[in-house]
Design a protein around this ligand. Structure first.
Ligand SMILES: *[C@@H]1O[C@H](CO)[C@@H](O)[C@H](O)[C@H]1NC(C)=O
Ligand SMILES: *[C@@H]1O[C@H](CO)[C@@H](O)[C@H](O)[C@H]1NC(C)=O
Ligand SMILES: *[C@@H]1O[C@H](CO)[C@@H](O)[C@H](O)[C@H]1NC(C)=O
Ligand SMILES: *[C@@H]1O[C@H](CO)[C@@H](O)[C@H](O)[C@H]1NC(C)=O
Length: 533
């Protein structure tokens, strides 16, 4: 049964990495826009009011419609897309959980999913992505296939021999052995679990992934349910693919649980950071910035390389940010964190419109209802991407390690390369008595430009930078003006402001930052104030 697979093992073990694949080093400087193919874009002229997320069925997006709408993604400054799985899915009647519009219910991994297009369509998408100097990451499901029974007929799957799957058992959560050897899903939709310790599975998958990434010129892989596979499997699999692998290690706040998977995999999605950002920034919420700084400290200790981690606020399995947090400033600040701190920023399509789906299936909204129109969130993303793209080109930004400079109940300030980010969780309502005072490493009088307003500010006495929020809790991302001048990000619109603050009427963003040329007394008062609070 598995003879062809065994033969390809020999080939897979000695093959050179793919020509087009991109390495971890190359991905480090990218920023990623995550797409569910079925929900991103419709063919021109199709009615836009027909997609019912609760129906859990196909809404009409394809690889062609992604290709036709890449301007939208590229114009926001993203340099990569991650698309939902492309392999053939379950072909049978509708299940208790609907149809496989999301692409994660794999049947025969050697075939493409014809719901989303042909082989030529996928190649045309990849070619267009590459023409734009962008990368494409494909979501792959390796841990399991999908069936509607605990005793499937495997003749239509990549692995046809039942002995290559673990016998059915429901997962006992919290027991790593059970999580790796039992089946995800339930008895309505079973997810038969491959035995990834079997040589035939290891070699079969290695040759399959190599063929796939070679044929379609894929640049990176997002690996579904990575922690449900034994760790030893991944170096062989990703080695055969010869490209960057980022794994889903779904989890909460425990850094150690997640960090142990970086090593077996190049990178993982940063769930601990996600948890800490929601805890620290969402409104209403605990506003627990200590939990965030604890997570950052542990991450520096436990992850092999924080600059490769995937930073996100949303994905297809999580509640949308705006379903958890009523204040848009909370998203702008937390999002600025995901772009300006160590790691690869990832934005799940629709985050830019403040979608509110609180969980599967409501968090897979169609994007087309919004008409792809710019708004405040897309402006902020565009600025953040523009800055990051400029910095990764010009400086050692991508490998520079961020340092937290200060934190308080109101927020956090950190530096990475030539950027000082001061982010707050206070939300939109102005607060007259709230400050974040940062001891920056800059000399007094150094000029910094806020990328969101293009206002220029001057560092105060002893290098202090003091932010006020008398016009609300906006994010501040400050770059050395002399460096930013070499980009087109503020296009000569820099407004020089000294000692401005509360009534800064020149600001187009109702910006309330204050960076005075401090007098010694003011500095001491603010420092005390800050220490006390
Ligand atoms: C199967 O689906 C039905 C209908 O949605 C649901 O009532 C039932 O609880 C599901 N069974 C299991 C084992 O989850
Ligand atoms: C904040 O999070 C830390 C964990 O880092 C925890 O020890 C502390 O109790 C939390 N504080 C509140 C107010 O929830
Ligand atoms: C980065 O550098 C490349 C090659 O020099 C150039 O094509 C690209 O426009 C630059 N991007 C930015 C954002 O500066
Ligand atoms: C903040 O101060 C301004 C005047 O400086 C005042 O008009 C406003 O009501 C104050 N806001 C709060 C929330 O105290």
């Amino acid at each position: 049964m598995s003879l062809p697979i065994l033969c390809s093992l020999v080939a897979a073990s000695f093959v050179l990495p793919s020509v087009h694949a991109a390495s971890a080093e190359q991905w480090r400087s990218r920023s990623i826009y995550q797409i569910i193919t079925d929900r991103f874009a419709l063919p021109a002229g199709a009615p836009t009011d027909k997609c019912d997320v609760d129906a859990q069925t196909w809404c009409g997006g394809t690889w062609n419609t992604i290709r036709e709408n890449l301007d939208y993604v590229q114009n926001m400054g993203f340099t990569a897309i991650w698309i939902s799985p492309v392999q053939q899915n379950y072909q049978g009647p509708r299940t208790a959980y609907g149809d496989p519009y999301h692409g994660y219910w794999i049947q025969d991994a050697t075939k493409l999913n014809n719901k989303f297009g042909t082989s030529d369509d996928l190649k045309a998408l990849v070619a267009e992505v590459h023409k734009r100097d962008m990368y494409i990451m494909v979501d792959v499901v390796v841990n399991n296939v999908m069936a509607t029974t605990t005793t499937p007929d495997y003749s239509k799957y990549l692995f046809k021999d039942a002995s290559l799957y673990h016998p059915y058992c429901p997962i006992q959560w919290g027991d790593p052995n059970s999580e790796q050897n039992c089946w995800l899903g339930d008895t309505n939709v079973t997810l038969p679990d491959l035995d990834t310790t079997k040589q035939a599975v290891i070699s079969g998958y290695a040759s399959w992934i190599k063929d796939f990434v070679d044929e379609y010129e894929i640049d990176g892989l997002r690996i579904d349910a990575a922690k449900h596979v034994n760790k030893e499997f991944w170096p062989t699999f990703c080695g055969a693919a010869g490209l960057f692998c980022i794994g889903e290690v779904f989890g909460g706040s425990n850094v150690g649980d997640v960090a142990q998977w970086q090593g077996p995999l190049d990178s993982v999605l940063n769930f601990p950071l996600y948890t800490a950002l929601t805890e620290g920034f969402k409104i209403p919420g605990s506003g627990n910035i200590t939990a965030l700084t604890d997570t950052l400290t542990q991450s520096k200790q436990m992850f092999k390389d924080t600059t490769l981690l995937g930073n996100f606020l949303e994905n297809q399995d999580l509640p949308r940010w705006a379903s958890q947090s009523v204040d848009p400033q909370s998203m702008y600040n937390a999002m600025s964190f995901t772009f300006m701190y160590d790691g690869i920023p990832i934005v799940y399509y629709g985050q830019e419109f403040g979608f509110r789906g609180a969980g599967d299936p409501k968090n897979r909204e169609p994007l087309w209802t919004e008409g792809y129109q710019p708004n405040r969130a897309t402006e902020i993303m565009t600025k953040l991407n523009g800055l990051r793209n400029f910095l990764v080109n010009k400086t050692e930004w991508a490998t520079a390690e961020a340092q937290v400079l200060t934190s308080s109940q109101y927020g956090i300030a950190f530096q990475k390369g030539d950027v000082l980010s001061i982010l707050t969780n206070i939300g939109s309502p102005p607060q007259n008595d709230t400050h974040i005072a940062v001891a920056s490493p800059y000399d007094p009088n150094t000029a910094l430009t806020d990328i969101f307003t293009c206002n220029q500010w001057v560092v105060g006495a002893q290098g202090f930078v003091d932010t006020e929020y008398t016009l609300g809790g906006q994010p501040h991302v400050l770059v050395l003006s002399t460096l930013l001048d070499q980009s087109d990000l503020c296009n000569g619109q820099v407004v020089t402001s000294q000692g401005l603050g509360k009534d800064d009427s020149s600001s187009n963003d109702a910006d309330s930052i204050l960076m005075s040329r401090w007098h010694g007394v003011a500095a001491v008062v603010s420092m005390l104030w800050f220490t006390i609070w």
